[in-house]
Design a protein around this ligand. Structure first.
Ligand code: NAP
Length: 345
C-alpha cells in the first residue's frame, strides 16, 4: 500500500486527486491539508465524497512540513510548493508537484517568468512528468514536476511533428480555450459566474507563464529551439481545454501520412486517442477522464498543419496525470484508477 499525503487537498486539483484515488487499490491517503478547512472532514468540504473519506480530517500544512509517508502530492500554488518540497525530499518522500515550481529546467527562465526561486537547486533534478515523453526517467524520479494544463494539450498535439522535423520551428501557433476551473477554487471576480457565463475572451495575451514551458518541451523534441505564439482564452465551461495548433509544413504531407506518424508515437499510449481522419476533439468527450484526444489536418495547398487536442484540465491536465505518474513510479499498471470512460453527457 502506498501511503499518501495531499498538500492543498481542498482545491480543485486536490478534490480531483481524492476522487481518483478513492478508486485506487494500492493507495491510502493518510494526510490532507488545508489552512482554511483544518479540523473539517473531507465530506464537510466535498459532500460528493461522502462515504469515501469520512474519517479523513484536513490538517494544517504547517504541521506536515517534515511529514514521512511514501508519496506526497503537492497541489499548492506555485511559490508555496518550493517552500516545502526540499524538506519533504529530505525526509525520504517521493514528491509529485502539481504546481509550476519545478517544471522549468533553466533557473534564469524561471526567474524571468516567476521571480526568485527558493529551491532552484532542484530544477535540474526534477523530472518533467509527461509520461508519453518521459516514462523511463519518471520510474526512478524522487521529484516529478507534473506538467501544466495548457502545456499538456499543446505538447502532446505537436511533439510528433517536431520529432520528425516536419514543421518550421518558428511558425508554431497554439490557440487554447480553457474552462474556468483552470484558475483554481479561490473566489475571484474575473472567474465568477456572472463575469464568465456569457463571455469568451482571450487573456494574458503574449504573457502567459505556460508559454516558456511549452517552448522548453517542444525544443527538447525538436532538438533545436522552438518558438511558440500562445494565446489562452476563457470559456464558460467548468472543465476542459481545447487547443488548436497551427504550423508551416516544410514539405507537402497528406493527412493520412500524419495519421501514420501519430500512430507511431501514440499507438501504444493508454491515454492518447488519435481520432480518425475528418474527426476532431470536443472537450465534452474527455470530461472527467485522463484522455487526450487529438485530431489532425494537413492543408497541402497552403503547406499548413492543424492539430486539435482536448483534455480535461483537472484530469490529464493535472490530477489524473499525477496519478498516472505515481503508477509509473511505483511500477503499477499505468491506468490503475484511471481506466474510466469520460462523462460526455
Ligand atoms: N486548476 C487546474 O486546472 C490546474 C491544472 C494544472 C496544474 N494546476 C496547479 O495545481 C496547483 C493547485 O491548483 P488548484 O486549481 O487546485 O488550486 P486551488 O483550487 O486554488 O487550491 C489550492 C490549494 O492549496 C491550498 N493553499 C493555497 N495557498 C497555500 C499556501 N500558501 N500554503 C499552503 N496551502 C495553500 C488551498 O487551501 P487553503 O487555502 O485552505 O490552505 C487549496 O487547498 C496550482 O499550483 C496550479 O497552478 C492547476
Amino acid at each position: 500500500m502506498i501511503n499518501i499525503a495531499i498538500l492543498g487537498a481542498s482545491g480543485y486539483t486536490g478534490f480531483e486527486l481524492l476522487r481518483i484515488l478513492a478508486n485506487h487499490p494500492n493507495a491510502r491517503i493518510t494526510e490532507a491539508t488545508s489552512r482554511q478547512y483544518k479540523g473539517k472532514t473531507v465530506p464537510d468540504v466535498f459532500p460528493s465524497l461522502r462515504g469515501f473519506y469520512d474519517g479523513l480530517v484536513f490538517s494544517d500544512p504547517e504541521d506536515f512540513k517534515r511529514i514521512r509517508v511514501d508519496a506526497v502530492f503537492s497541489a499548492l500554488p506555485h511559490g508555496a510548493s518550493q517552500e516545502v518540497v526540499p524538506a519533504l525530499l529530505e525526509a525520504d518522500n517521493r514528491v509529485i508537484d502539481l504546481s509550476a515550481d519545478f517544471r522549468l529546467r533553466d533557473d534564469s527562465v524561471y526567474r524571468a517568468w516567476y521571480g526568485e526561486h527558493k529551491a532552484d537547486f532542484l530544477l535540474k533534478e526534477a523530472v518533467y512528468g509527461l509520461p508519453e515523453l518521459y516514462r523511463e526517467p519518471i520510474k526512478d524520479a524522487l521529484l516529478v514536476a507534473n506538467p501544466g494544463c495548457y502545456p499538456t494539450g499543446a505538447i502532446l498535439a505537436l511533439s510528433p511533428l517536431l520529432k520528425e522535423g516536419l514543421i518550421d520551428t518558428d511558425s508554431v501557433i497554439v490557440d487554447s480555450k480553457s474552462g474556468v476551473s483552470g484558475a483554481g477554487r479561490g473566489a475571484n471576480l474575473d472567474t465568477s459566474y456572472v463575469e464568465v457565463s456569457s463571455g469568451f475572451k482571450a487573456y494574458k495575451v503574449g504573457s502567459h507563464r505556460h508559454a516558456p514551458e511549452i517552448e522548453q518541451e517542444l525544443s527538447v523534441q525538436a532538438g533545436v529551439p522552438v518558438s511558440v505564439t500562445f494565446t489562452p482564452h476563457l470559456i464558460p465551461a467548468s472543465r476542459g481545454i481545447l487547443s488548436t495548433a497551427y504550423a508551416n509544413l516544410k514539405k507537402s504531407v497528406a493527412t493520412a501520412e500524419l495519421h501514420n506518424i501519430y500512430a507511431e508515437s501514440y499507438g501504444k499510449e493508454p491515454f492518447v486517442r488519435v481520432l480518425p481522419e475528418g474527426k476532431f476533439p470536443d472537450i465534452s468527450q474527455v470530461r472527467g477522464s485522463n484522455f487526450c484526444d487529438i485530431g489532425l489536418f494537413a492543408d497541402g495547398k497552403r503547406k499548413k498543419v492543424i492539430v486539435v487536442s482536448a483534455i480535461d484540465n483537472l484530469v490529464k491536465g493535472a490530477s489524473g496525470q499525477a496519478v498516472q505518474n505515481m503508477n509509473i513510479m511505483y511500477w503499477l499498471k499505468e491506468d490503475t484508477a484511471l481506466n474510466l470512460p469520460p462523462i460526455s453527457i
